[in-house]
Design a protein around this ligand. Sequence first.
Ligand code: GLP
Length: 241
Amino acid sequence: MKIIIVNDYEEMSKKAANIISSQIILNSSSVLGFATGDTPLGTYKKLVNTYNEGDIDFAEIKTFNLDEYYHLPKDNTQSYNFYMTENLFKQVNVKPQNIHIPNGMCESIEEECLNYENAIEQADGINLQLLGIGTNGHIGFNEPDVKFEATTHLVHLDEETIHANSRFFDSIEEVPTKAISMGIKTIMQAKKIVLLASGIEKSEAIYNTVRGHITPEVPASVLQLHPDVTIIVDNNAASRL
Ligand code: GLP
């Protein structure tokens, strides 16, 4: 694992956007894995700026998102589909047919998960996967007690995650309790992984990810086994390292 400690959120976002931009410059038909949440927002903003300056082109880029809430319509402002459209996709020239996000409104979970895995395989795998991390160490929506061998599947969200994500909804009752998420196996198959974390509330999860035992109790700890992981953390998130 390569750990980069930076001063603040701004610097973290700049470094992450630079790494993703380099990936796009080096391989204009890269397959990028994207994450949602507050953490990558600054990164997406900087990517849009770099695109507007003419330095990167998304015309041949394919994207796969980590996860989506189950049974939340795409046009719901809290869906990850809506988030990605607003914060990145509608601001760059990525082709709609190259965008992949699990369909939370699907009729058959089994079929949706299988199709998602097949689409990643047909794209020849993910070149660079961006990750955030939950306060409980989750990545994507792979909650503690995760099965490391899982591929894309339906997950039941932890109370801690529902509580953390309720800040985006009007009330906690509105937070979906299930989601479709790439599994740990799917994430681990990405050729390169970049995990971002900022803020003191992520410091324990970062400590357990980097210095703790590899255990399903801390899903992100499995990243210790991946050959190409870069963790970019601000001083606060790194404070226990
Ligand atoms: C969500 C997402 C994760 C994200 C995490 C942290 O539950 N499924 O992909 O990394 O929460 O979110 P935030 O960046 O807002 O702290």
